[in-house]
Ligand binder design. Structure first.
Ligand code: MLT
Length: 238
């Protein structure tokens, strides 16, 4: 049976920890949820970029692309879309290259590229991604993005859901996320309420993004499998 590992922050990865594995990068609030939704609504690709300036340069060099993302949760000046998954409607992103930069999620994607395969994971595509991973059969590592260098409860809850669904042999890190998820779901009376108890969710709710938080908790609603080809720099649907 494959082994399932996890890290609570990409900064916690140690040498060779990604080698030979499928990495699932998770930023429940909101980058990976947004990427899944953009591709589900027909974006041709998402180009994840670590910096705002880098995103401006890449979008400038890609005719027809749009600039997307956030800093401090808000759309930077001159960007077409922010980081709310609900903004990414088919009429706005259909057939378009979305050049996306976010504070933590796009950075985590670039920190996972030593893996054999980099998948974009969210609560909304947990079932489809787990089916894909089980058919593939390779070992897996869940890479939580965190928030500003700190561990995020919501990413650990999302990772715990992947551990639950995959049913693989779990390392202690992956096991802790599974137990944290189960405990929090029981304590708060459901996954959405557990996610809403997190620091980042409270911040987003206070900024008026409560619908994004609720949307990000709709487990398994999407069948999109986003794969990051770091050589080309694009996330596309498998
Ligand atoms: C991030 O990558 O830091 C986030 O997705 C922040 C957010 O917009 O909620």
């Amino acid at each position: 049976m494959p082994i399932l590992d996890a890290v609570a922050l990409p900064d916690y990865l140690v040498a060779d920890q990604l080698c030979g594995k499928i990495a699932v990068v998770i930023d429940v609030l909101r980058a990976t949820t947004t990427i899944v939704e953009a591709l589900g609504n027909g974006a041709r690709c998402v180009v994840p970029v670590a910096s705002v300036d880098g995103a401006r340069v890449i979008a400038h060099d890609r005719p027809g692309s749009i600039l997307c993302g956030e800093r401090g949760g808000l759309k930077p000046d001159g960007f077409e879309l922010g980081n709310s998954p609900l903004e990414y409607s088919a009429d706005l992103v259909g057939g378009v290259d979305c050049v996306l930069t976010t504070t933590n999620g796009t950075r985590a994607l670039h920190m996972a590229t030593a893996a054999d395969e980099v998948l974009v994971g969210a609560i909304i595509n947990v079932d489809a991604l787990c089916d894909w991973i089980q058919r593939d059969g390779r070992d897996v590592i869940l890479v939580c993005s965190g928030t500003d260098g700190r561990v995020s409860l919501e990413d650990c809850l999302g990772a715990g859901l992947f551990v639950d669904r995959l049913g693989y042999v779990a390392t202690d890190n992956a096991g802790m996320m599974f137990h944290a998820m189960n405990g929090a779901v029981e304590q708060f009376g459901g996954l959405r309420y557990a996610v809403e108890s997190s620091f980042h969710a409270k911040r987003l709710i206070s900024m008026g993004f409560g619908d994004d938080v609720a949307f990000a908790c709709e487990a398994g609603k999407s069948s999109v499998i986003p794969v990051f080809d770091s050589g080309v720099g694009e996330i596309v649907v498998d």
